[in-house]
Design a binder for this molecule. Structure first.
Ligand code: AMP
Ligand code: MG
Length: 391
């Protein structure tokens, strides 16, 4: 029996990690970080006020205080604070020597131009101490993560303007099927619109991965073979949909053989989406996905996506949540890992949606997650917990 976890391991092990390159800070968004980000300064770099207020000695809070100066953020204090003295201070400004607390402007009673009193003896310290967030030399971000906007903020704060990231693979998309027409055309009898290619291009776009759309190719050995050969020149991965199983016009396995690709996977152990080939030759890879759109979607999520992250040396893990079924679930065959499109409600309750199987493309439009039904399980009772993968 083919087990999903073995298949994904085989696919990931086949990946030769891509080289790295330097990109500008903002261009590193969604890329995979390949250097550790280390602090070049303390943060904050000096004791700074967390409030607009008055900096003084905590022990003087009960007394009338003489105001020495106004300290603006970006300017340094010029006068140390002594007994029964304070300076007006703005958020982010350096705390003057001698002061050990800042009371909020809202708690201040201004007595006259030069003196003030605190109305709140319970006031907090309200100082962010030098190096309390991080210290010079601290590791701020470990290499291997996918860069998000908050990482960009941290890197900017640490003075990084040019970032070492993994190169990204380029993916060629090719749809096989004599019955296929492009979405702009109205299918005549026997035809169907090519939806897979667009779905796949969108899936790649959400990962920030570049692709070349090769087009729709009829089920003809020579034509597919020529297009495949051409697509290898400028793509690292070629995704072919359709023609991956054992029908009379399913040429993908034979074409891979002709081009000396080593087929490492020909079944996934997943339902829907069992027929799928994964093959490689040197550092070129080919996924032969099912023609059925739900299968193609699932195969991309379960196999292509983790493979792409592996190529980029990313410590990425598929996000999986535990969720509870709102109704009993049952299926006929239990041999494979079941992947069912579902609607995940706010409190992690799973709502089943209308789903007829691998060809039911618009079922996915109502789904926000894929539910995992483990191998050898046919029935899951209402209230039982299963894993779901948000999509
Ligand atoms: P195949 O994997 O080629 O046997 O195709 C399985 C089913 O998916 C058939 O009903 C095809 O018509 C359909 N199909 C194949 N390719 C596509 C595509 N690119 N877009 C939408 N449906 C497709
Ligand atoms: Mg076909």
């Amino acid at each position: 029996m083919i087990i999903y976890s073995n298949v994904i391991d085989t696919i990931k092990q086949a990946a030769t990690i891509l080289f790295t390159e330097k990109v500008s800070l903002l261009n590193s968004i969604n890329r995979v970080l390949q250097e550790d980000i280390v602090a070049d300064i303390n943060m904050p770099p000096f004791d700074k006020s967390a409030m607009d207020g008055y900096a003084c000695r905590k022990e003087d809070l009960d007394n009338e205080l003489e105001v020495l100066e106004i300290i603006q953020a970006g300017r340094l204090p010029t006068k140390p604070i002594g007994k029964n003295q304070c300076s007006k201070i703005m958020t982010g400004a350096a705390v003057p020597d001698g002061a050990n607390c800042v009371f909020m402007i809202e708690d201040a009673q201004v007595l006259n131009e030069n003196s003030v009193k605190c109305n709140n003896l319970q006031t907090k310290v309200n100082i962010c101490y030098k190096g309390e967030d991080y210290k010079l030399g601290n590791l701020l971000i470990k290499k291997g993560i996918k860069i998000s906007p908050s990482h960009i903020g941290t890197m900017a704060g640490a003075g990084y303007t040019s970032i070492l990231v993994s190169k990204t693979p380029v993916v060629g998309i090719m749809a096989t099927g004599t019955e296929l027409v492009e979405p702009s055309k109205t299918p005549v009898a026997g035809q169907i619109r090519n939806s897979n290619s667009y779905q796949l291009m969108a899936q790649l776009q959400t990962l920030g991965i570049r692709y070349n759309y090769i087009g729709t190719i009829a089920d003809d050995f020579e034509q597919i073979s020529v297009s495949f050969e051409k697509s290898l020149a400028n793509n690292d991965i070629v995704i072919i949909t359709g023609g991956a199983s054992n029908g009379d016009f399913d040429f993908v396995p034979a074409i891979l053989k002709k081009h000396n690709f080593e087929v490492l996977v020909d079944q996934t152990g997943v339902q829907p989406g069992n027929p799928m080939t994964f093959s490689k030759k040197n550092q070129k890879y080919c996924f032969g996905l099912s023609g059925n759109p739900v299968s193609s979607f699932v195969q991309f999520e379960l196999f292509v996506k983790p493979f792409i992250y592996k190529l980029m040396n990313c410590a990425w893990q598929t996000p999986r949540l535990k969720a509870t079924l709102s109704k009993d679930f049952c299926r006929q065959k239990a041999g494979r890992l079941g992947i069912i499109p579902v609607n995940l409600l706010e409190n992690n309750i799973i709502e089943e949606i209308n789903f007829h199987g691998s060809a039911h493309i618009n079922a996915l439009a109502y789904a926000n997650a894929l539910m995992e039904v483990p191998e050898n399980v046919t029935i899951i009772k209402q209230g039982e917990t299963v894993y779901v993968r948000p999509i």
